[in-house]
Design a protein around this ligand. Structure first.
Ligand SMILES: [Fe+2]
Ligand SMILES: [Fe+2]
Ligand SMILES: [Fe+2]
Length: 394
């Protein structure tokens, strides 16, 4: 499986941008402005590509809606937590080259930062992201963006040399003299402005690196709530085991593992209060939960249209009898790998604690899986393969 890296990162950024009822495109706007400013500051192609990766993922360390909404306030002082969490997420693995940039992306120019850095010790990419990130926060709201742009510029000018790198502020002022600079930020086709600025936009990643990226995002997804701590990692492990037991090829098992890691990518669209609610969900709340596999599907399908990764990952709430959600797939429409992910997800969820119950014992899990298999919720053969793997699973 080969996936275009830029497309994948753009899609994954959607998942970081959910903090209300819709995608806000904050990361894309920050990436668009960062690349323009980086180019004006004379960065070469390699540095611009690093800047793209860091800017499109810069707030990956902010996982809860609460935190994301806080960061949308200009005067927020407590920013270090999400920087440090982002740094730890990225510091080993496929995207380790952006870890330092992420750590310092709220460092103030003059110093007194928890990173211990000031002025030009702060990575240039961090200084760029810091400035345009705060510009983006200031430009939000309902008023005409050109009306607002003047206030934004005077605000950042006031803070040049204190909070922001003064040279970057001057460069930014020159760039943003064009009305089109601001209008592009609001355009529904913002990607059409952003993509041509990204160097190396046709490079692809293959299975090995994809596994590393998927693991990184699994950690982001799982960090949303203590109840889902390591959930995606476990689903991937169980799915792989089931894949091996049912005779799938090594390549398919790798893909199954990636699908397992990303199956709940769409969970970021569900506010954490619902994941942590001690009682039963209301119909309205359940409707919000039901949207998560749809988003998983969409983000993966548009990133990897040639493969079945999206189907494998996103069909985990589809039941063989056709009464699952959100696609109402049934019987033959659900291939073996999709059903393996479903079984792995159900098993893993039952073996974890939930706000409304303790984790279940093997005997309890066994009886639930058997009754699911009997009433059309789970494939019978897969259920018995899983139940015969007690030693590996406990
Ligand atoms: Fe941030
Ligand atoms: Fe941000
Ligand atoms: Fe799910």
């Amino acid at each position: 499986m080969r996936i275009n890296l830029v497309r994948l990162l753009l899609n994954l950024s959607h998942s970081l941008d959910f903090s209300g009822q819709e995608i806000t495109h904050h990361h894309k706007r920050v990436a668009l402005m960062s690349l323009q400013l980086g180019k004006a500051a004379g960065l070469d192609e390699n540095a611009l590509f690093e800047l793209f990766k860091a800017s499109i993922l810069h707030d990956a360390g902010a996982v809860t809606w609460r935190e994301k909404l806080d960061l949308a306030r200009f005067d927020i002082m407590d920013t270090y937590d999400h920087c440090l969490r982002g740094y730890k997420l990225f510091s080993n693995g496929f995207l380790d080259s952006i870890a330092d940039t992420i750590l310092s992306h709220h460092d103030r120019w003059k110093g007194e930062n928890q990173t211990g850095k000031s002025k030009t010790d702060i990575p240039l990419a961090s200084r760029i992201i810091h400035l345009v990130d705060r510009v983006d926060v200031l430009t939000g709201g309902d008023r005409n963006i050109l009306d607002r742009s003047r206030e934004v510029l005077s605000r950042i000018r006031e803070l040049a040399g204190e909070v922001f790198d003064p040279d970057l502020v001057s460069l930014f002022e020159k760039l943003s003299i064009k009305e089109s600079f601001w209008l592009e930020l609001q355009a529904p086709w913002i990607e059409e402005h952003l993509i041509p600025l990204i160097p190396y936009r046709s490079i692809t990643v293959e299975t090995g690196d994809l596994l590393k990226i998927a693991e990184l995002f699994a950690r982001i997804i799982d960090a949303k709530s203590p109840f889902t701590y390591r959930h995606s990692l476990k689903v991937a492990r169980v799915a792989r085991l089931l894949g091996e037991k049912t005779g799938l090829s090594r390549e398919d098992c790798d893909h199954l593992e990636i699908a397992g890691l990303l199956h709940d990518l769409g969970k970021v669209t569900v506010p954490e209060v619902l994941l942590e609610k001690p009682g039963a969900l209301t119909e309205t709340e359940f409707n919000i939960v039901k949207q998560h596999p749809y988003y998983t599907y969409w983000w993966l399908k548009t990133a990897a249209p040639q493969s079945l990764l999206a189907e494998w990952a996103a069909f985990h709430h589809e039941r063989p009898d056709g009464t699952g959600y959100p696609f109402r797939k049934a019987g033959d429409e659900l291939d073996l790998p999709s059903q393996l992910i479903r079984a792995a997800d159900i098993f893993t969820a039952l073996s974890e604690e939930r706000p409304y119950r303790k984790q279940l014992r093997w005997e309890e899990i066994e009886s639930i899986l058997k009754s699911q298999a009997k009433n059309g919720g789970l494939d019978e053969k897969i259920a018995s393969t899983l139940l015969s793997s007690k030693d590996e699973l406990t």
